[in-house]
Design a protein around this ligand. Structure first.
Ligand SMILES: [Fe+2]
Ligand SMILES: [Fe+2]
Length: 462
């Protein structure tokens, strides 16, 4: 009987399908913990594992997997095994365990009326349904946005205070934890992340705030893509880890920290600067912080290629936990978009492009792919010019299949007039309208971040 092989997400699994391969796994599998390993061994006995090693990908029997292997996929799943036969509960079960995409055999009688057969098209009924969700997302962003600048300032002073306390040898994380709780409660990380891209933040503390909200937003988004959602504790961890990742800088003399000089790699200053990671780990250990948070502070500068000058400390890459790998990317991304004074800064869309070039040498490829996927081609808050000549801010990302088609609030028309009431253009609705280019908001608005920022804050299109 004719059957068809197709790639499906866990949400598209239907009774009667037969799973042959797992082609995408959530981030937890980039380093197998003993629990995930037990799960894989139990359910995929007899299958083959695709594992990433330094030399490249290796295929080995699932029984030979070891803790901390980097699992990329599972192949040759025995067709008689229970996990291969899709039941009504399979999708939910597999998604919950971080197994996201599969190659399946679909028996012919199942092929009619398959939802995945109908791809999302621009202007289709599906696109209109999605449009409502995207509007909701933009509305949510706007509703918390007014609070965001004040929260950002408060978070930055909490980090500043923390570093100051560190300098005086007494430290308490209370201030930071309060801000963290508030940000989580108001659900404003998305708005704070948009601000990070619009207004530069040169000092260490503002860097930590912006990096933290980027890390937290991306981390939660990755977890929710995997179908499990981020537990509140994990969201908090990501935020705290971001705020505290450079806490060790409190042990570095201020004049070294604030110097614009490029220090020699062998200089005493460089030694001190690089050691902020060890100091940081020690401080957090003394505070009794969870291992995951300490790992971020300790290893956020470790690169895959340890021969790189900017990779430190020397440690096996396996020790760098998934959240830390993500933190390393968020750290560099924030540094790119956040500094205006001595280096041209990058608009978010360009920074994402730049990061892509660092896959495999600096950053773990899979983590970077997820970071980019979640940030979007045009991150929220980016200023883009449409092919109609209109200029607007991205308010919601394009769907996964159409990352180049975000939802845009038009703030300036083709003749350069700044508008006082704004229209939302969903690029999924009309195939004729698209993004022409990313515009540097700083250059465009007379070398003034404030003007771009105020304009973004004034968006009233809903
Ligand atoms: Fe750092
Ligand atoms: Fe940093």
């Amino acid at each position: 009987m004719a059957a068809m092989i197709r790639k499906v997400r866990y949400t598209e699994l239907m009774e009667g399908m037969l799973i042959g391969e797992v082609t995408e796994l959530s981030m937890d599998y980039t380093m197998l913990t003993p629990e995930t390993l037990d799960f894989v061994r139990q359910y995929f006995a007899g299958a083959k594992a695709r594992v990433l090693e330094e030399a490249g990908e290796k295929i080995l029997p699932v029984g030979q997997l070891k803790p901390f292997d980097q699992l990329q996929g599972i192949a040759e799943i025995p067709s008689q095994s229970a996990i291969a036969k899709v039941s009504a509960k399979s999708g939910e079960f597999l998604g919950r365990h971080g197994l996201l995409e599969f190659m399946v055999r679909i028996p012919k009688e199942h092929m009619e009326g398959m939802p995945s057969g109908e791809r999302l098209k621009i202007g289709s009924a599906e696109a209109r349904r999605l449009h409502q969700m995207r509007l909701d997302e933009a509305r949510k962003l706007l509703s918390v946005m007014q609070k965001a600048p004040e929260q950002r300032a408060r978070a930055s002073s909490a980090v500043e205070e923390l570093l100051e306390m560190g300098r005086q040898g007494k430290i308490s994380a209370r201030g930071v934890e309060e801000v963290v709780a508030e940000i989580i409660n108001t659900g404003s990380t998305r708005a704070l992340k948009a601000l990070a891209g619009l207004k530069s933040s040169d000092q260490t503390y503002a860097h930590c705030t912006d990096m933290a909200v980027i890390l937290q937003d991306v981390y939660s988004e990755i977890l929710s893509l995997s179908g499990r959602g981020a537990a509140a504790a994990n969201k908090r961890f990501a935020l705290v880890a971001g705020f505290m990742h450079d806490i060790g800088k409190s042990e570095v003399p201020r004049e070294v920290l604030e110097s614009r000089e490029r220090f020699d790699p062998d200089s005493k200053e460089m030694y001190l600067l690089r050691n902020h990671v060890t100091y940081g780990a020690k401080i957090l250990q003394d505070l009794g912080m969870p291992a995951q948070i300490i790992n971020v502070a300790h290893y956020h500068h470790v690169k895959i290629d340890q021969g790189l000058l900017n990779s430190y400390p020397q440690v096996k890459y396996d020790n760098v936990l998934p959240m830390t790998r993500l933190a390393a990317i968020a750290d560099v991304y924030q540094a790119l978009i956040g500094r205006r004074s001595y280096k041209r800064n990058w608009v978010p869309g360009k920074a994402v492009e730049y990061l892509m070039g660092l896959a495999g040498t600096e950053f773990d490829k899979k983590t970077l792919e997820m970071f980019i996927k979640v940030m979007g081609k045009y991150p929220v808050g980016s200023l883009v010019r449409l092919n109609t000549g209109d200029l607007g801010f991205v308010m919601a990302l394009g769907p996964a299949e159409f990352p180049e088609r975000p939802l845009v609030a038009v703030v300036e028309n083709a003749s350069g007039e700044i508008l006082s009431s704004h229209t939302l253009v969903d690029l999924m609705l009309d195939p004729e309208v698209g993004v022409e280019e990313v515009v540097d908001h700083y250059d465009h608005y007379n070398q003034s971040e404030d003007q771009a920022f105020n304009l973004f804050m004034s968006v009233n299109a809903i």
